[in-house]
Design a binder for this molecule. Structure first.
Ligand code: AMP
Length: 468
């Protein structure tokens, strides 16, 4: 069985079959850069990073596009409070976002596209919507006429009656309350651009479809974001793009992540229950945070609390310790023991189980249980044997690194043990004595070091030390 993904549009898991063979085009909604990013954002972006890594692991040629919303009401409001230019504020926060992504090891995105760099593409989409009669112009701006798009509500599975209950963008000039903004006419202290309809700025939803059409075309494979984006944002994107192109579906697979929550409520700036990514990274390394997120399926909510994070720290430490033990145990090149034969088969089995779990809608928690299971078996063997076959050891290290790499864990290189400065100076002093053939001093220092539990070995390449 190949890869299967849960599609919000169909509300079920489907076989993953890209539009164009092994090529996959994916768009994930990026941040609105009005503040620093918190762990809720990290949850979503780590999830898509793992999804992207898995697609590439499975041999897909993935182009992963992320937009940056740098024109938005929230940015303008924050910039006005700070007496800053909104685009300057957005630029500053975009830099922090990139830094956060890098620190979290999120390296799968092929291209970032800023809304403010795509104004002409946005204007062109609005023009086509007006021409085709899907949009109308009023005193305050241009709106999409939801009544013209039959499928409105198909992603969020809402009927027209349910849709009427949402109050989006209150404006008495709109024809119906569900209509959403494509272009807002210039208001004081707001950034604006010239257009055939006068000075103004784009609405949020059209920024994304204009960017996606430019780089991915009118139809593509995957669109992702957090679950809160299903309505109205993604619903509006479908309405815009499918009205322009007349082609359905705009996106084959819609993926949505569950929330990171604190005491049952979404982690959000507006609720004041957030932890900034930068603060979290001061206390925990990125691999711990990534393992924390991957221990829950991407569609399920995660409750964030310290005890849970501590459990993650322990789990990661024990996986790292197993990997370290394999690296340090004495190697031999003689035949495999019976137990080693068993373990070699176990590696194959665990890898296959890990792959099957990931192929089942990116089931990271299940994939992890197979990694933990393998580690337990490795530990059992290392408790029994003082040495292992060198090929088996290499195989173990590469398997842990390869599978861990999909989740962004177990990538630390072998730890170099460090000696206290005082002991290093003693070793150097003994070297100098040895070079001068002052054997008495050299022996005396060797004895002192032994007292500290350090054994010296004189080799052709110089002196080596090890712990007693
Ligand atoms: P925003 O910058 O608020 O537009 O959010 C950017 C992305 O982060 C969107 O895909 C949101 O759905 C997602 N997001 C925001 N808060 C959370 C949260 N608490 N848990 C999971 N994803 C979130």
């Amino acid at each position: 069985m190949g890869l299967r993904v849960y599609n919000t549009l169909k509300r079920k898991k489907e076989d993953f079959k890209p539009i164009d063979g092994k090529k996959v085009k994916m768009f994930v909604c990026g941040p609105t850069v009005y503040d620093l990013s918190h762990l809720g954002h990290a949850r979503t972006y780590v999830a898509y990073d793992v999804i992207a890594r898995w697609l590439r692991y499975r041999g897909y040629d993935l182009f992963y596009l992320m937009n940056i919303t740098d024109i938005d009401d929230k940015i303008i409001k924050r910039a006005n409070e700070k007496r800053m230019d909104p685009l300057d504020l957005a630029k500053e926060l975009e830099e922090s976002f990139f830094k956060d992504m890098k620190s979290l090891g999120i390296n799968s995105i092929s291209f970032y596209a800023r809304a403010s760099d795509h104004i002409s593409e946005i204007i062109d989409q609005i023009r086509r919507l007006l021409e085709k009669g899907f949009a109308y112009s009023v005193e305050t701006g241009i709106y999409f006429d939801v009544s013209k798009f039959e499928d409105y509500g198909k992603l969020s599975h809402q009927n027209p009656e349910e849709l009427k209950k949402h109050r989006i963008e209150p404006d008495p000039h709109k024809r119906t309350i569900q209509d959403f903004s494509l272009w807002k006419r210039r208001r004081e202290r707001e950034p604006s651009w010239g257009s055939p309809w006068g000075e103004g700025r784009p609405g949020w939803h059209i920024e994304d479809t204009a960017i996606a059409e430019k780089y991915l075309g009118q139809q593509y494979d995957i669109h992702g974001g957090g679950i809160d984006l299903v309505f109205p944002h993604h619903e509006a994107e479908i309405a815009q793009m499918e009205s322009i192109s007349g082609k359905k579906p705009m996106v084959k697979y819609w993926l949505h992540t569950g929330f990171l929550k604190v005491k049952g409520r979404k982690m959000a700036k507006s609720l004041g229950n957030f932890i900034m990514i930068q603060d979290a990274l001061n206390n925990h390394d990125a691999e711990t945070l990534r393992l924390f997120f991957s221990s829950t399926h991407y569609r399920s909510p995660i409750d964030f609390y310290e005890k849970r994070l501590k459990q993650t720290i322990n789990s990661l430490e024990s996986l790292d310790a197993t990997l370290d033990k394999v690296r340090r145990v004495k190697k031999r090149s003689t035949r495999f023991t019976e137990e080693e034969d068993d373990l070699e088969r176990r590696i194959e089995k665990s890898k296959k189980e890990f792959e099957e779990a990931m192929d089942d809608d990116f089931n990271t928690p299940l994939a992890l249980t197979h990694l933990y299971g393998l580690a337990t078996d490795v530990n059992k063997l290392l408790n029994k044997q003082r040495s292992i076959n060198d090929r088996l050891a290499d195989r173990l290290v590469s398997t842990f690194k390869e599978l861990g790499g999909v989740l962004g864990i177990l990538q630390k290189e072998e730890k170099e043990e460090e000696l206290p400065e005082k002991l290093i100076m003693l070793i150097d002093e003994r070297e100098r004595a040895r070079i001068k053939k002052d054997w008495r001093t050299a022996d005396e220092i060797r004895k002192r070091l032994k007292g500290f539990g350090i054994i010296l070995e004189d080799t052709e390449e110089g002196v080596r030390w090890k712990k007693k």
